[in-house]
Design a protein around this ligand. Structure first.
Ligand SMILES: Nc1ncnc2c1ncn2[C@@H]1O[C@H](COP(=O)(O)OP(=O)(O)OP(=O)(O)O)[C@@H](O)[C@H]1O
Ligand SMILES: [Mg+2]
Length: 327
C-alpha cells in the first residue's frame, strides 16, 4: 500500500478572547474539524503552531505539504511569514504565497491593483499617522485600519458623516492601531461575498452569497467583528441571492478578475457591495479566508453551493497537490 502523504496543518490557535488582538487566530474546534476532514481524505495530519521555533519544528516534522491557515504574528507582511519560510525550505503549501497574502492584507494596494483590470472599487484615500486629512473627501465614508483582517478596527461606528466625526474617530482608532488608515466611500447597499477555488484556467467561482442585515447594531450596515460573532442575531445569508443573471455574472466576473490579478492560489473569498443602481464595488480580497465550520463565510458559501465542509477542505488541499504535481 502507498504511504500516506503527510500534511502539516500550520496555524495560530486563539487563546485570548478578551479583545480582538487574536481575532484572526483559529479556535481549537476549527483545527479539529480541519484535521478530521484532511484525515478522512487518507492523509496523515499533524498540527504545528506558527510561533517561536517554527523553523525547527517544521524541518523536524518534514511534511509532504503544509495546509497553511496561519495569520503570522506581527507587521503588514505577517500573513506571508510562514509561506516565505516554507518557500525557503522548498516545502509545498496550500494557498497563496507571501506576495499575494501581503498585497491582499494591504487594502489600499489591493484596490489599486484590482482597478487596473477594470474592477470598480469605492473611492478611497490613504492616511498615515501624521498626514493632514485630504481636502477632497466625500461623505459618508468608512474608516479601516489599512492592514488588518477579520473586521479588526471596523464597527458600525466606523462610518463618518463629516469632518468632525472623522477627526474624532481617527483620534480614537490611532490609540489602538498603529499603521495607516484607509478612508473609503461608504456604499450603502447590498453585500455579497464570493468564493473561488482552483488555479489557472480551472478556477470555479461559486454562486455569490448575500449577507442580509436583519437588524442593525448602529446606524449603518457593517459586517463587523461584533456582528460576525453574533451572526445568528444580526444576519441571514442567502445563496444564490435575488439578483438578475446579468448581475450575478458581473459579480462573478469581477471576483475572478480580482483573484487573477492578485495571483491567488487554490482558494479565496472576495467581498463586494452593490449600490442601489446595481453597480458592484470590490471591497476586499481574502486569500486566507476563515475555515471555521458553521461560522466562516467560505465553508458556508461552499455549503450553499452543495459542497460540505470536509469536501471543500479536501478540494482545496487537492488544488495545491495538483499545482505541485503531487496529485
Ligand atoms: N466601502 C464600504 N462601504 C460599505 N460597507 C463597507 C465598506 N467597506 C467595508 N464595509 C463593511 O465593513 C465590513 C468589513 O470590511 P472589510 O471586508 O474591508 O474588512 P475585513 O476586516 O478585512 O473583513 P474580513 O473579516 O472579511 O476579513 C464589510 O464586510 C462591510 O460590511
Ligand atoms: Mg471582509
Amino acid at each position: 500500500m502507498d504511504k500516506k502523504l503527510k500534511v502539516a496543518l500550520v496555524c495560530n490557535i486563539k487563546r485570548n478572547r478578551q479583545d480582538d488582538t487574536e481575532a484572526e487566530f483559529d479556535e481549537m474546534e476549527t483545527i479539529e474539524a480541519l484535521k478530521k476532514a484532511i484525515s478522512k481524505g487518507g492523509f496523515e495530519v499533524l498540527v504545528i503552531e506558527a510561533q517561536g521555533d517554527f523553523l525547527a519544528s517544521i524541518q523536524k516534522a518534514n511534511p509532504d505539504i503544509v495546509f497553511n491557515i496561519s495569520e503570522g504574528l506581527h507587521g503588514r507582511s505577517r500573513e506571508g511569514q510562514i509561506p516565505s519560510m516554507l518557500e525557503y525550505l522548498k516545502i509545498p503549501f496550500v494557498g497563496s504565497d507571501a506576495v499575494t497574502l501581503g498585497v491582499a492584507l494591504d487594502k489600499t494596494l489591493t484596490k489599486r491593483l484590482v482597478q487596473t483590470v477594470g474592477v470598480k472599487t469605492p473611492a478611497f484615500w490613504l492616511v498615515s499617522k501624521d498626514d493632514k486629512l485630504p481636502e477632497d473627501l466625500t461623505y459618508p465614508l468608512i474608516v479601516k485600519p489599512n492592514a488588518e483582517g477579520s473586521s479588526k478596527g471596523i464597527s458600525d461606528r466606523s462610518v463618518c458623516k463629516n469632518k468632525e466625526e472623522l477627526a474624532a474617530l481617527l483620534n480614537e482608532d490611532r490609540k489602538t492601531y498603529e499603521g495607516d488608515f484607509l478612508l473609503e466611500s461608504y456604499i450603502d447597499g447590498r453585500e455579497f461575498t464570493i468564493g473561488l477555488i482552483g488555479n489557472g484556467n480551472e478556477v470555479k467561482v461559486f454562486e455569490p452569497m448575500e449577507i442580509i442585515y436583519r437588524k442593525l447594531r448602529g446606524e449603518y450596515k457593517v459586517y463587523s467583528y461584533e456582528v460576525k460573532r453574533n451572526f445568528q442575531d444580526y444576519i441571514s445569508y442567502q445563496c444564490p441571492p435575488k439578483l438578475t443573471k446579468e448581475e450575478i455574472n458581473e459579480l462573478k466576473t469581477a471576483a475572478l478578475k480580482a483573484y487573477r490579478v492578485l495571483g491567488c492560489l487554490d482558494f479565496a473569498r472576495i467581498d463586494f457591495r452593490m449600490d442601489e443602481k446595481g453597480q458592484a464595488y470590490f471591497i476586499e480580497a481574502n486569500p486566507l479566508p476563515g475555515l471555521a465550520p458553521g461560522y466562516s463565510d467560505y465553508p458556508m458559501l461552499a455549503g450553499f453551493n452543495g459542497v460540505d465542509y470536509d469536501t471543500i477542505v479536501l478540494s482545496v488541499l487537492k488544488q495545491a497537490l495538483k499545482r505541485y504535481g503531487m496529485a
